[in-house]
Design a protein. Structure first.
Ligand code: SF4
Ligand code: SF4
Length: 114
């Protein structure tokens, strides 16, 4: 079993079981970036630079997906907007496997306190 030290927000929710709905615990994106995150972060390991903590929601968000959603929102609401914005949002959604549930086979262990 491999171990990796990460720094996670103290208010972050506990990681749900594999296959359960994603709750934004952030664990997967703190361990290593997804393919889009690799491009954004310029690295293969460690925290993704696009990961954003939300105090309001009490969870992490993907900054790339949030930006793509904002860009596509007019089109998603049925208003006029450049067609590529909707395509971009769909592509990001697919690339980061959003909405399919937690696919991270990881286990978080709290640090031992002396
Ligand atoms: S996919 Fe899983 S590990 Fe990643 S943020 Fe969602 S719940 Fe956490
Ligand atoms: S889902 Fe978003 S925040 Fe997570 S690794 Fe991918 S690009 Fe980064």
């Amino acid at each position: 079993m491999q171990h990796q030290v990460i720094h996670i927000h103290p208010q972050a929710p506990q990681k749900p079981a594999l296959g359960a709905a994603c709750n934004g615990c952030g664990l997967c994106c703190l361990v290593e970036p997804c393919p889009i995150g690799v491009v954004v972060s310029g690295r293969l390991k460690g925290e993704c630079k696009a990961l954003v903590w939300s105090d309001q929601a009490g969870r992490y968000h993907c900054g790339v997906l949030a930006q793509a959603y904002e860009a596509a929102r007019p089109a998603l609401d049925g208003r006029k907007a450049p067609w590529w914005r909707r395509l971009w949002w769909r592509w990001v959604h697919r690339m980061i496997a959003a909405g399919i549930g937690c696919d991270a086979a990881l286990e978080a262990v709290s640090p031992v306190k002396n």
